[in-house]
Design a protein around this ligand. Structure first.
Ligand code: C2E
Ligand code: CA
Ligand code: CA
Length: 418
């Protein structure tokens, strides 16, 4: 099983460590896990030279932190400068807080970090890290997808939008105290006839580059609002969240278009949430601020998406009339094991309360993370633990199953005083 896993995902690997003993240990471990093509470098300089010589970059890097001359942090910065986005594991014998801060730094640079591991490495933690290979955005594997989206090109996407072929999946947003479903997030899907499923972040980026984002967004919104209206008719009142690209915020006509669409589907704007990424609102000025203010005036909910990745200040956020704060999943997954993440989470939740916002945690994958967020007082949860995004037809069946699971999710009632 181990061998199968790593052969499927890791064809080649580079271990960077100044200690020959540590390298030998890592090589033996990786061989045991089924990896065959293993390169070694005893310094950052040697690693960079090797990488410049390889025609295909390795699938994985293991980077030691403490090395003479160029240390692990400097090597990571150099990889970033050279645009080398190779999935990596940061390894060190030093304390976990230090390893975690380097891990966070590398992630903030946009590098795909699978894990920060304490040495000596062992097969259980290595396997755990390798499981995350498939979730890494923009790694080698996924750059093939980027090419698919780009190769399919503007025309293919334009035709798919025009023909109504962009589908929408829905992921439930659940009340963390009671487990009751409050709403759904609408996520665009493109199933290409010959190429199969194209990744949403890739075709959304293509749409942004090629001037199709307006049509794509309105197509998704039209389907999502029609669906919410159909659910309303069946007595299921769910708020529906749609992602808004920052590129749209400089189009003043957007406010009327969205308002008209909601009215056409007989929905009250209060039932519609618009998610805008934190990074795009940091410099939000002038026209964009006006668009957001007018959307809020009409009654639409405004959510700060991917909170924690955009480095905004409380002052910047306070001047935009948001109603919801959605904490990015990189702070959620594994938070129960990581004290540093807990501190960030708690301060995000405190800020959310101070600004009077509803807090949402996205990317909850385990019961441990669910319980932690519940204890921290997060209002709404979303993630694979509850449900993956699904077509609307699957919602009724999922809702039935969810009724059975709800007891488990509920916050434990306070013990009666004796
Ligand atoms: P997002 O807005 O942050 O959406 C959440 C993404 O996280 C979704 O990926 C969802 O499938 C994924 N996710 C949910 N729960 C979990 C979990 O527990 N673990 C993990 N690892 N992932 C989880 P998806 O559907 O691939 O969408 C990716 C991104 O593409 C979205 O990120 C959003 O930025 C963009 N996108 C999708 N649809 C639209 C759209 O209609 N318009 C715009 N502008 N962007 C869209
Ligand atoms: Ca979102
Ligand atoms: Ca998000």
């Amino acid at each position: 099983m181990k061998t199968l896993l790593t052969q499927l995902t890791v064809g080649s690997l580079l271990i960077v460590d100044d200690s020959a003993v540590q390298r030998a240990h890592a090589v033996a471990l990786c061989r045991e896990l089924g990896m065959r093509m293993i390169y070694e470098a005893s310094s950052g300089a040697e690693a960079l030279e090797l990488l410049s010589l390889l025609v295909l970059p390795p699938d994985l890097l293991i980077v030691d932190l403490e090395m003479p001359r160029m240390d692990g942090v400097q090597l990571i910065e150099k990889l970033h400068e050279r645009g080398m986005r190779i999935p990596m594991i940061v390894a060190s014998g030093r304390e976990t807080a230090l390893i975690q801060s380097v891990e966070t730094m590398a992630r903030n640079l946009g590098l795909p970090v699978l894990a920060g591991l304490q040495k000596p490495l062992c097969s259980a933690t290595m396997l755990g890290a390798l499981m995350r290979l498939d979730q890494q955005p923009g790694t080698l594997r996924e750059s093939i997808d980027v090419d698919t989206a780009s190769a399919l090109g503007r025309q293919a996407l334009a035709s798919a939008i025009e023909a109504g072929e962009i589908g929408v999946h829905y992921q439930p947003k659940v009340d963390m105290r009671t487990g009751i479903v409050r709403g759904v997030e609408a996520l665009a899907r493109w199933q290409h006839a010959t190429e199969g499923a194209v990744r949403p972040d890739h075709f959304v980026a293509l749409a942004e580059r090629e001037g199709l984002i307006h049509d794509l967004t309105l197509a998704v919104m039209d389907k999502a609002l029609a669906q919410a209206s159909a659910w309303n008719a069946h007595g299921l009142r769910l708020s529906v969240a749609v992602n808004l690209s920052p590129r749209l915020l400089d189009q003043p006509s957007l406010v009327d278009e969205i308002t008209r669409l909601a009215a056409a589907h007989g929905l009250h704007p209060e039932q519609v949430m618009l998610e805008i990424t934190e990074s795009s609102v940091v410099d939000c000025m002038g026209a964009a601020l006006g668009v957001l203010a007018r959307l809020r005036l009409k009654g639409f909910g405004l959510s700060i998406d991917d909170y924690g990745t955009g480095f905004s200040s409380m002052r910047q956020l306070a001047r935009i009339p948001f109603t919801e704060l959605k904490i990015d999943r990189s702070f959620i997954h594994g938070a129960h094991q990581r004290t540093n993440l807990r501190v960030i989470l708690q301060s995000a939740l405190d800020m959310s309360r101070q600004l009077g916002l509803v807090s949402v945690a996205e990317g909850i994958e385990t019961m441990e993370d669910w319980r932690l967020l519940q204890e921290c007082g997060c209002n709404i949860g979303q993630g694979y633990l509850i449900a993956r995004p699904m077509p609307a037809e699957e919602m009724p069946r999922w809702l039935k199953r969810h009724q059975g699971a709800i007891v488990e999710l509920r916050a434990e009632a306070p013990q009666p005083l004796v």
